[in-house]
Design a protein around this ligand. Structure first.
Ligand SMILES: Cc1ncc(COP(=O)(O)O)c(C=O)c1O
Length: 353
């Protein structure tokens, strides 16, 4: 039996699995639903016409993109690492810092990959709870730090799936107190966050995670990056596989950075649509709670899981969280295009009548 050879601690491991289901409206993965800019589409086509772009290995050091990102964020190229989605960066950070049995402080509820990557890399997940409104309690983080002496601390802001932000003062309080690396995951910061990037010169132990999958609409090309002091980037680079980021991904990310004004308009559209959906959800009886969100999704608590079934039967994909645990009866709705949101609202109205 091949399972006899497998790591015993992974026998009951449940991997992250988000199968692609048939859909008409996809509101389950916090993607940007809009078309890319004419400039970016044109540059992509031209790029594909150059033979060597596909036949040769990509630039393993991702120079051009890191230079452009450095100019955008006001940091040096040496303070940036690019990865296959920020998922890969989470994995690399854990790989280089966590030894078997080391603790990793992870918010709950939050993005599940922090815990899964920790377990896969022999670490120990130590959850710290967000409060009843899903806000961060920084004293609780410091208490857990004192008690468990973790190797890493994760903070996600705006947090997935709750949509609330951590405060700059709160994050600084943690960074001022602890010695271990603190990972601030800003996957949704472009929608309405407060970035910690400007504090990188102040904290040798701060690493900020970013992604092109959410605001910039290229989840399919898998581009994430981290910003931190040079020493931190050198350490994380130890675990980076060669040629990790495809040449096409690198190129498209640079094209997007050359046309950011276009994407800022899309982000504003998403924020306006979010406000409309938020008011609509508040006005409907089928929701027990509707949480304000700084990201491109809204978390709601539903009274009956029939609503999920109703939406699914109409080929609308929404992220549900089951009927047990802290997020029992909650669902997370990604903000779609104006048309998609209108159709979603019509389906919810039909469900209520
Ligand atoms: C908070 C957070 N961080 C990181 C990621 C990973 O994003 P990607 O690997 O596409 O960059 C996600 C994806 O949903 C997320 O919600």
């Amino acid at each position: 039996m091949i399972k006899d050879y497998m790591r015993k601690d992974l026998m009951d491991f449940k991997p992250y699995h988000a199968p692609l289901m048939a859909y008409d409206i996809k509101l389950d993965a916090n993607e940007n639903p809009y078309e890319h800019s004419p400039y970016v589409l044109k540059k992509m086509k031209l790029w594909l016409e150059e033979k060597d772009h596909l036949t040769r290995y990509p630039d393993t050091d991702v120079h051009e993109l890191r230079q452009k990102l450095g100019a955008y964020h006001g940091v040096s190229e040496n303070e940036i690492i690019c990865t296959v989605g920020s998922d890969q960066l989470i994995e690399l950070i854990i790989k280089v810092f966590v030894e078997p049995g080391d603790g990793v402080l992870v918010p709950n509820p939050s993005f599940s990959m922090y815990g899964l990557s920790t377990l896969l890399n022999h670490g120990k997940v130590i959850n710290y709870e967000l409060n009843d409104a899903f806000d961060y309690d920084y004293d609780l983080i410091l208490e857990a730090y004192e008690k468990h002496k973790p190797k890493l601390i994760f903070i996600c802001t705006p947090n997935n799936p709750t949509g609330n932000k951590a405060s700059i003062e709160g994050m600084k309080k943690v960074l001022d107190y602890v010695d271990c690396p603190v990972i601030i995951d800003e996957a949704y910061e472009e929608f309405d966050g407060d970035s910690m990037v400007s504090y990188i010169p102040d904290y040798y132990n701060l690493i900020v995670l970013k992604t092109f999958s959410k605001a910039y609409g290229i989840a399919g090309l898998r581009i994430g990056y981290g910003i931190a002091c040079r020493e931190m980037i050198e350490v994380v680079n130890i675990a980076k596989p060669p040629y990790n980021l495809s040449a096409f991904s690198q190129a498209v990310a640079t094209f997007i950075l050359e046309d950011l004004d276009y994407y800022k308009v899309l982000i504003d559209n998403i924020k306006n649509e979010k406000e409309k959906l938020f008011q609509f959800f508040l006005s409907r009886d089928c929701f027990e709670s509707v949480y304000p969100s700084k990201a491109n999704f809204i978390l709601v608590k539903i009274k009956n899981t029939d609503l999920m079934d109703h939406l699914q039967s109409h080929r609308v994909l929404i992220r549900g969280y089951g009927v047990t645990g802290r997020l029992a009866y909650h669902m997370r709705v990604t903000i779609g295009t104006e048309d998609e949101n209108r159709r979603l609202m019509a389906l919810i109205n039909a469900y209520e009548t």
